[in-house]
Design a protein around this ligand. Structure first.
Ligand code: AKG
Ligand code: FE2
Length: 414
């Protein structure tokens, strides 16, 4: 019996023509399969797929909200953005924002995203570099937990000092302390993921897998050089240590949030008191008082250019009234913010280095995620040679492929 392919081939003038036809058939079949696969996909998942792509269509790109230059947005988007004065000047509340000759004294809210407050470019370039240094050198080390702990013996000073030594040529392969040893029996590994699918909802699984993807392969867990290790360092937890698999905090050994981070986060809650939007479909106002805000837990996310964070709701905190505050450093990203289920179509925002995001009111329970880190968006002031500071060079070099997000929550009632 002849095969279907041979039958088809007879209708073509050349083998090449047949090959082109055959390729098109395969592509069409894949598209049909894709359509079937995504037909039942929720609007949130659909948007994740669109914005994860390296080829975002012009129409989808126009929907991305740009807070850095409001006139860059479409008229529809501009009509949704409202400028609201901050209640207090950030610079007078905390030194951590740095000296800025033209610090903006307003926040932005969106009529179609109730509860979300954005303070664009809240930090001076110098303050941003200091925060990057703190995140990498001072916070990313024990007793703070990181995704590396289950698989590696992380040195007591963390990975950064070794990485610096490697960059300076002070440790080389063959030196006793060059490779960071992996644990033969990964500790706590089983606890990191929920034991069974039934134990976890969709969120825990997808978020946990995006949080551990860099170290989940066997070969990826072999002893690694400091550079390799740093690229694998995906998150570090501050304050009460969070467990991704069980989505619970370890309440036994509280670790204080570093005081400079604590101060600046309290300042943000104070400055955004009473900010809201009364002429939106769902009117809202941030009713949390700065004086009541206690920074108790946090996450530092380190994203490489290909990293993503799947859509989720942060709801492990007993206190869901307190705002969740989050800041961006380094490369820009696309951040999706939806509603309280995945059925709301999310709005894509571009978050830039120095932006502060405050999730209050109903946005505190909204689905959100980071489907994409945007290449070629590192501000010049983050480049290694941007300042006359020998110390910055190695940090700046790491930032060439990185976005850092630091977010803070209050766990307990006020
Ligand atoms: O990277 C971000 O901007 C968001 C991080 C986040 O949602 C989280 O850590 O829960
Ligand atoms: Fe989150």
């Amino acid at each position: 019996m002849q095969t279907a392919a041979v039958n088809h081939q007879q209708h073509f003038k050349s083998k090449r023509q047949f090959k082109i036809w055959e390729k098109q058939q395969k592509e069409n079949a894949a598209k049909r399969l894709n359509r079937a696969l995504y037909a039942n996909q929720s609007p949130f998942r659909y948007a994740e797929r669109i914005y994860k792509s390296r080829m975002i269509s012009d129409a989808d790109a126009r929907e991305i909200v740009d807070f850095s230059n409001l006139s860059n947005n479409t008229i529809q988007v501009q009509n949704n953005i409202v400028q609201v004065p901050l209640k207090h000047d950030l610079g007078t509340l905390s030194n951590a924002f740095g000296d800025m000759p033209h610090r903006s004294n307003y926040a932005l809210v969106m009529r179609n995203v109730p509860g979300l407050i954005v303070i664009p470019n809240a930090f001076s370039p110098n303050a941003q570099r200091q925060l990057v240094k703190h995140c990498l050198r001072d916070y990313a080390k024990p007793p703070h937990t990181s995704n590396l702990d289950g698989h590696y013996h992380v040195p007591k000073d963390g990975i950064w000092p070794l990485y610096e030594q490697e960059k300076k040529g002070l440790v080389v392969p063959g030196d006793a302390n060059y490779y960071i040893p992996s644990k033969t029996v990964p500790q706590d590994q089983d606890n990191m993921y929920p034991a069974t699918i039934e134990d976890a909802d969709d969120d825990a699984l997808s978020v946990a897998s995006s949080m551990y993807s860099d170290i989940s392969g066997k070969s990826a867990r072999a002893a690694s050089s400091p550079t390799q290790m740093l690229k694998k360092q995906r998150w570090v937890t501050l304050g009460y240590q969070y467990h991704w698999g069980t989505k619970k905090y370890n309440l036994e050994d509280p670790i204080p949030i570093p005081s400079d981070i604590s101060d600046l986060m309290k300042a943000v809650v104070k400055a955004t008191e009473d900010i809201g939007c009364q002429d939106a479909e769902i009117p809202w106002k941030n009713q949390y008082r700065g004086a009541d805000f206690k920074p108790e837990a946090g996450i530092i996310n380190f994203y490489q250019l290909q990293s993503t964070l799947m859509g989720h709701v942060d709801q492990s905190e007993i206190n869901m009234e307190a705002p969740l505050i989050s800041m961006s450093l380094g490369h820009s990203c696309i951040y999706l913010i939806g509603g309280n289920t995945r059925d709301t179509k999310p709005i894509p925002l571009k978050l830039n280095s120095g932006d502060m995001l405050v999730m209050t009111a109903i946005a505190r329970r909204a689905y959100h995620g980071v489907p994409r880190i945007l290449e070629n968006t590192l501000p010049d002031y983050m480049l290694p040679e941007s300042v006359d500071d020998e110390d910055w060079k190695i940090f700046g070099d790491y930032m060439k492929t990185t976005r850092i997000n630091l977010n803070i929550r209050q766990v307990f009632p006020k």
